[in-house]
Design a protein around this ligand. Structure first.
Ligand code: NAD
Length: 321
């Protein structure tokens, strides 16, 4: 069995490898050769923790396993990150544990890669302005991954506490892109691509804010009750997702579905666009929206890539298990 510790991931996985792993598994999901198992998420009644696991099987790549972890709000005080996750991979032929992989950085990389894949396949080719809603841990990963997909010339952002945008500005400075903190109205009026990555429970970005032709990647809503954008905006858009079952229950689409303004049959898996079985964006004027709910198969795909790289570099730790 191989162990790839958290501290090793940064030296192994980059954005390109994450993009390829995520695009590949989205394609496999759409062609029905990979599927996710039902998600388990429990408040365990200890340390205020929310614990769960996401699992699945990719029959083509033979990725079988799970990501286990969750949210421990007291961790910061202990010098740890609040989100903790570990990926376990199993040999699909024998069921033996193949690898244990640190999952914290991988989660950020695979989430940003999902948004980047959606931009690559759905945003207008002439997109120049990237709008970001949010300034938490994931936001900088989103910024770095998305700007690589189009010839972006400017980044604008909104956060509930605008002073927290300083860390995002530092990333934009490093990349060499002008950065401005703006109102939601200005963000919607000027952005060609918008990513929302907050943990809100009411709509922040409204339908009226968003101009025609925009691509929106909604990445923060991954639980029942969470919401980032107005249901009317989802209803107006051509909607794509990683997995329809999650989109309508725990993703951004849950609200438009509940209101009856969106039908499940109108949601397309992003993998279908990657496979060429759906055209994706059809007009320059339409709003496209990717509901990135975060699936276990994404975690398995990036973890398997990290294990392969660690073995190839001779740094994976081998344990008799
Ligand atoms: P974080 O705690 O570091 O940052 C939270 C962000 O949300 C901040 O920008 C904060 O200002 C904002 N926010 C919180 N409550 C808000 C409210 N009521 N109104 C407006 N803004 C509010 O979190 P993070 O690690 O950056 O994650 C952001 C979100 O992304 C979380 O909801 C997380 O669960 C989700 N997430 C999704 C995936 C996926 O695959 N889809 C993966 C990882 C994280």
């Amino acid at each position: 069995m191989w162990i790839v510790p958290e501290a090793m991931i940064a030296g192994l996985m980059d954005r390109k490898a994450s993009f390829e792993a995520v695009a590949g598994v989205f394609a496999s999901m759409a062609s029905k050769s990979a599927y996710n198992f039902p998600v388990i998420r429990e408040a365990i009644g200890h340390a205020d923790a929310l614990y769960g696991f996401k699992s699945g099987f990719d029959r083509q790549a033979l990725h079988l396993g799970l990501k286990s972890g969750g949210y421990w709000p007291g961790n910061m005080a202990k010098g740890l990150t609040n989100h903790q996750s570990t990926v376990f991979l199993f040999d699909a032929d024998t069921g033996k544990c193949r690898a244990v992989v640190g999952g914290n950085l991988l989660t950020a990389l695979r989430t940003a890669a999902a948004a980047a894949v959606s931009v690559a396949y759905l945003a207008r080719k002439d997109a120049k302005v990237l709008g970001i809603v949010g300034a938490g841990h994931q936001a900088a990963f989103q910024l770095r991954a998305i700007v690589e997909q189009r010839g972006f010339e400017r980044v604008i952002a909104w956060n509930r506490s605008p002073e927290k945008l300083a860390s995002l500005k530092a990333v934009a400075d490093e990349i060499g892109l002008p950065f401005d903190s703006v109102s939601l109205e200005a963000l919607g009026a000027q952005s060609d691509v918008i990513v929302t990555i907050v943990s809100a429970h009411t709509a922040i970005l409204k339908d009226i804010h968003v101009k025609p032709g925009t691509h929106i990647a909604c990445m923060g809503t991954d639980t029942k009750g969470k919401q980032e954008v107005e249901a009317a905006l989802v209803a107006r858009a051509s909607v794509f997702t990683d997995e329809i079952a999650q989109s309508v229950t725990i993703g951004e689409c849950q609200h438009a579905i509940a209101k009856g303004s969106l039908h499940q049959s109108a949601i397309t898996e992003l993998g279908a666009v990657i496979n060429g079985t759906h055209a994706g964006r059809k007009t320059e004027a339409e709003v496209t929206l990717f509901d990135g709910t975060g699936v276990g198969l994404q975690d398995l795909a990036v973890a398997a890539a990290a294990v392969d790289l660690a073995i190839a570099k001779g740094v994976a730790i081998e344990v008799d298990f």
